[in-house]
Design a binder for this molecule. Structure first.
Ligand code: AMP
Length: 285
C-alpha cells in the first residue's frame, strides 16, 4: 500500500473509515516529527500488530512551556516521510496548528492529576495537560484500535494509560522499549542539539542507569543507595547537570525505600548543553 499524506481531519477520518470498512485494524503512532530509529521502531511494531498504520506529525504547542524549544524544535518533513514509508506506515496525519486548535481560546482540557504533577510535570508545568489533551484529540480523529508509545517517555505512557482507563477510551496502548544508539544514549529528536563534546557527555545518563541496574542485580535493595549511584554518576560528568535521579514504583511513581518485591523504575533527567535529556530503566526484580 502506498503512503498517503493527510493535512485535514476530514481526510484522516475518511481514509481510516475506508480501512475499517475493509475490516482492517488500525494502529497509531503519535509523534512530533524529526523522526529517528526509535520512532521507526514504533511504526514497525504497529505494522506487525495492525493492518493499517497512521503516524501523526505535529509539534504540539500546548505541551511546551514559554521558555522551551517549541519554535526551534526540528521540523524535517521530507526525511520524516521517508522514515514512515520505509517503516511501512499507510497514512501520515500532518495537521497545522490551526487545524488542531482553531482560533479562539480552547475550552476543554484533559488533566491527569497525581501522575502529571511530579518529575517532568513538576519541572514542566502544564506539559502533561498539553500531551493528554492533544493525544485524546488525535485518538478522536484517528480512532485507532492500538496506539504505540515509547518507554523512553516513561511518565508520559503512564499518564496516557491512566487517561484511557479513566475515560474508558476504546484504545489499547502498547509501550515499546527504548531504542538506543550503539553507545547507549537513548535516541531523541533533541540529541541533535548536542555538540560533539556534549554528545559524548550525554552517554552519562545511560551509563548511570546501567550502574543502577547492575547494583540491583547484585543484590542492592536500598532505593537510596541506587539514587546515590544515579546522582554521583551523572554529577561526575562536567557537562551534565542533574535535574532528578530517582527510584520509584513503576505504576504509581511513588518514591520507594526498599526495593524488595517492588516493580521499580529508575528515572533520570539531566541538562547537557542546550538539551534536556530524559532516560529510564525498569530495575531487575
Ligand atoms: P516525540 O516525537 O519525541 O514526541 O516521540 C513520539 C513517540 O516516540 C513517543 O511515544 C516517544 O516515547 C517515542 N520515542 C521517542 N524516542 C524513542 C526511543 N529512543 N525509543 C522508543 N520510542 C521513542
Amino acid at each position: 500500500m502506498s503512503l498517503t499524506i493527510a493535512e485535514s481531519i476530514e481526510a484522516v477520518r475518511s481514509q481510516v473509515a475506508v480501512a475499517k470498512a475493509a475490516g482492517l485494524s488500525v494502529g497509531f503512532v503519535p509523534t512530533m516529527g524529526a523522526l529517528h530509529r526509535g520512532h521507526a521502531t514504533l511504526v514497525e511494531e504497529a505494522t506487525k500488530a495492525c493492518d493499517y498504520v497512521v503516524v501523526s506529525i505535529f509539534v504540539n504547542p500546548t505541551q511546551f512551556g514559554p521558555n522551551e524549544d517549541f519554535s526551534r524544535y526540528p521540523r524535517t518533513f521530507v526525511a520524516d516521510r521517508a522514515v514512515c514509508e520505509e517503516a511501512g506506515a499507510d497514512l501520515i496525519f500532518l495537521p497545522d496548528v490551526a487545524t488542531m486548535y482553531p482560533p479562539g481560546p480552547p475550552a476543554t482540557f484533559v488533566e491527569v492529576p497525581g501522575l502529571s504533577d511530579v518529575f517532568e510535570g513538576a519541572i514542566r508545568p502544564g506539559h502533561f495537560r498539553g500531551v493528554a489533551t492533544v493525544v485524546l484529540k488525535l485518538f478522536g480523529i484517528v480512532c485507532p484500535n492500538l496506539a504505540f508509545f515509547g518507554q523512553k517517555d516513561f511518565q508520559q505512557q503512564l499518564v496516557l494509560r491512566r487517561m484511557v482507563t479513566d475515560l474508558n477510551f476504546p484504545v489499547q496502548l502498547v509501550t515499546v522499549p527504548t531504542v538506543r544508539e550503539d553507545d547507549g544514549l537513548a535516541m531523541s529528536s533533541r540529541n541533535r542539539y548536542l555538540s560533539a563534546e556534549e554528545r559524548q557527555a550525554a552517554r552519562v545518563l545511560s551509563q548511570a542507569l546501567r550502574l543502577a541496574e547492575d547494583a540491583v542485580r547484585s543484590g542492592e535493595r536500598s532505593a537510596d543507595r541506587v539514587r546515590q549511584i544515579l546522582a554521583s554518576t551523572v554529577q561526575s560528568e562536567r557537562l551534565a547537570t542533574l535535574d532528578y535521579g530517582d527510584v520509584v514504583d513503576a505504576l504509581t511513581l511513588e518514591p520507594l525505600t526498599d526495593l524488595t518485591g517492588r516493580r521499580a523504575v529508575a528515572l533520570l533527567a539531566a541538562r547537557v548543553g542546550p538539551a534536556r535529556l530524559i532516560d529510564n530503566a525498569i530495575l531487575p526484580d
